[in-house]
Design a protein around this ligand. Sequence first.
Ligand SMILES: O=P(O)(O)OC[C@H]1O[C@H](O)[C@H](O)[C@@H](O)[C@@H]1O
Length: 546
Amino acid sequence: MDYKERYKNWCEGSGFDNRTKEELLAIIEDNTEIKERFYKDLSFGTGGLRGIMGAGTNRMNSYTVKKATLGLANFIQSQKKANPSVVVAFDTRNNSQQFAEDVASVFSSLGIKTYLFDAPMPTPVLSYTVRHLQCDAGVVITASHNPKEYNGYKVYDHNGGQLTPNNANEVTSFINQVTDFEWITSINSNPALIELIGAEILDSFVGEIGRQSIFKGELNIVYTPIHGAGNIPVRQALTNYNVSVVKEQELPDGNFSTVVSPNPEDKKALQMAINQAIRENADIVIGTDPDCDRIGVAVKHNEEFKLLTGNQIGALLVDFVTDNREVNAKSTLVKTIVTNDLGANIASNKGLKILDTLTGFKYIGEKINEFEAAPDSDNEFVMGYEESYGYLIGTHARDKDAVVAAKLICEMAAYYKTLGLSLMDRLQSIYGEYGYYMDVLDSVTLKGLDGATKIQTLMAETRKLDNQFFKNIEAVKDYSVGIDGLPKEDVIKFLLKDESWVAIRPSGTEPKIKIYYSIKATDENVAQIKLEDIKLQIKQNLDLEL
Ligand SMILES: O=P(O)(O)OC[C@H]1O[C@H](O)[C@H](O)[C@@H](O)[C@@H]1O
């Protein structure tokens, strides 16, 4: 069926409700919009299914959510396990709770025991719960840090990790077999199989991350959950500290009205918290995204609040954790190929092994599972992280966890405070030891079908220039052919002669092309000059506004 037929089917089919039909009839003259909504089904990307909310096969709505769930349920049942069970969580986005209830209704109607959270919950809590309740799978309704128009469907396997491509492909083939929307919508929930869960599980999760604690001290913290699911869990994890929450951003708001985007990578998302921290003379600002798997940090340094990058937070955490934990011959740090090398250098200096994965915390979670599954494994997981503000210390979850990260970042800041130092001071001394690293990310948004085509063209042009792309290339790593033992992925990394590197890849969660710069230099000024020169070369080579 082409997109026009699918559109017609949704407009006229008896399986679709009147609101959906009205929404679709309103775009009858707009062929581009019809095409965007129907040219494909939502597909698994870096963080599961993700899309704009609205009517259509390429949109997040009750129909696509139920279809995905039916496919997932069929996949679970194909494994023929006795008494299968699943757990379902949701964040604070518009429609998240409704979609989670849709998911529970489909699973329960098929005889699958469903644990459903009774309130918005962080993604890492869902990951923990799949393991804790020994479920066969988990689903969390969230589009993580994306803008408010988006929602998403993250799927977890029985280990509590997000599906990696092989499993995702298998589940997708089950989802693709579901074509009859009329049947889907006639599904009747079985309330006897749906069990609401909440506070007790959260207590158990917070207790578990308490085991990662390293230092107890004093610190004045300003925290913003940015209207998301972190509010209660993060405060529960930080009960020993003086935590002042940003009132205007404390409660759930699916429109994220006080920010442009609920992304703690974005300085603007933390601005309200920084203003409050200045007023209250706090030591640190922390902010978590809507599903509380990522964390942004600003620290007071010389009377000003400075934002840390995801790589800087990671390097500081590696330094603090490895300084305070026993390291053995198996201790391992796992990071992604677009994360800079500062944390890895610190870890290897302290005797840890380093493993690199593709972008996506699912690959880091997968490594923990591999380590645990092999009886004579040479690896023991200590920490995993990504430049995109995602960290996991411990193995209680198989996804990034902003709750445990919040706890350890605050403990680390409290520890350095006792020495009269800020985290910035500590970072400076790390630079003194390991050299200066500047890390910058450019994300260029290219929306819709045209945008997707343009991203493909840009990647093709980049590949064509190959080792002529920059003037001082040492090596080009094209991950699309499958290198370094990693699955094939559309990423190119240019290693430069001065130990700097640039990686280019399409985002798997948003309509963006991403350019990661890792600049190695003697100091910040030199790094800035190098960065500008590199950007100039990119602009000369590609039709891109940076
Ligand atoms: O760069 P993207 O493909 O948009 O992914 C950005 C991030 O998305 C999700 O949160 C994944 O779990 C992360 O691992 C990833 O870094």
